[in-house]
Write a protein that binds this ligand. Structure first.
Ligand code: ZN
Length: 374
């Protein structure tokens, strides 16, 4: 294991944060994936992935010592030291940068527009050679971006560590609910067994999110380059998956052991680790379009009480939760507007008007502008 320290831009006198990355194995020519990048807790209040990364670090180090790694692995267990240090009135504030108000998992750069003019005339009919040329160009474009704030240097550091990976796992968690993942629709054949090993309650597929979270910044340039230069074979196998490891309170040795084992079994199946390939269990629920995810919103403020079982399959019209106003003495029942897995429930038992109460992963695309919300 090799450790690298990446200093971030200092925001203030006497202050210096850094990103620590752990490096295992070596990229070997051959089958996908040649390089794997895993990070945890980019939303710094989402801690389950940090404990999973801690387990993975020990396991990757042992596998490397035994000569069983057949690809390069980069692991960043603490992806957001800025957000991790943010507290307001004893409450962790890890989702938004307190200085700029920006979501830590949005606004990554997408450099394809700058890269495409450089690629014309340099690409050939050799897809593998094109992959290398495109990666070098993307890396150079990201490295050349101006960095003026600590947050920008955080984004650039993580982006540069991951941009040449074939497989990126971004470990997050939700408010409360079963494990679920977000992936690009075309990458599903490469991701399905990960979802199965993790026993995902929902697998949400989309072609673009539009707000440039970390995963989208990894795969979207390839889609743009492929569309702009159809005369060349442009590989579309830079896979980036956001893994939501249940809810914020779901941090335990038992869960971290289960999840790290699932990731190791997936990586063994992909050939990253040499070893006996475990039988892939059945996926509990088929993948669904992210556009089919219904968000149940509180029509007024109140105490929320769950009426359906979190993680279960609900039918259209099933009662999901009550919102209770103890001043008027009324309760409003929220019903599923779609059939699917009830996969997210609010973190706090009180909700203000317009707040998210629950999410259901339906199969029917709904009419929505912003697929990810704030
Ligand atoms: Zn998150």
């Amino acid at each position: 294991m090799r450790t690298e320290t990446h200093p971030l831009l200092s925001p203030s006198l006497g202050t210096q944060r850094s990103i620590t990355s752990f490096h295992f194995g070596a990229a070997t020519p051959g089958s996908w994936p040649r390089k794997v990048y895993i990070q945890a807790s980019l939303h710094a209040g989402e801690i389950p992935g940090m404990l999973v990364a801690h387990k993975l670090r020990q396991q990757f180090a042992a596998l490397e010592e035994q000569g069983l790694l057949q690809a390069e692995i980069v692991l960043v267990p603490v992806a957001n030291p800025i957000g991790l240090a943010q507290q307001l009135h004893y409450q962790p504030q890890g989702r938004f940068d307190l200085e700029s108000g920006e979501n830590f998992n949005r606004l990554y750069s997408e450099p394809s527009a700058r890269v495409i003019p450089q690629l014309e005339g340099r690409l050939s009919q050799d897809a593998d050679a094109n992959r290398s040329i495109i990666r070098q160009a993307l890396r150079a474009a990201i490295a050349a971006e101006p960095v003026n704030t600590e947050l920008q240097s955080l984004r650039q550091t993580l982006h540069l560590l991951a941009i040449d990976a074939d497989l990126v796992l971004d470990l997050h968690c939700d408010f409360a609910g079963p494990v679920h993942i977000y992936a690009h629709s075309e990458h599903w054949p490469l991701v399905e067994s990960l979802a199965a090993h993790l026993q995902c309650g929902a697998s949400l597929l989309a072609d673009a999110y539009g707000v440039m979270p970390f995963d989208e910044a990894i795969f979207l340039p390839w889609a743009k380059i492929r569309a702009a230069l159809p005369q060349y074979p442009v590989p579309f196998d830079s896979v980036a998956v956001t893994v939501e490891l249940r809810g914020e309170g779901d941090v335990s040795y038992a869960l971290a052991e289960q999840d790290s084992q699932a990731i190791l079994q997936y990586l063994t199946g992909c050939g990253v680790i040499r070893g006996e390939v475990a039988v892939t269990p059945a996926l509990p629920h088929p993948a669904t379009p992210l556009e089919g995810s219904e968000t149940l919103i509180a029509p007024h403020a109140g105490v929320i009480c769950m009426l359906a079982e979190l993680g279960s399959v609900v039918r259209e019209g099933d009662a999901i939760a009550d919102v209770i106003d103890p001043i008027s003495g009324t309760a409003t029942t929220l019903y599923a507007g779609t059939a699917g897995v009830f996969y997210v429930f609010a973190r706090h038992p009180y909700v203000t008007r317009g707040g998210t109460v629950a999410k259901i992963a339906g199969t029917r695309p709904l009419d929505k502008e912003n697929l990810l919300g704030a």
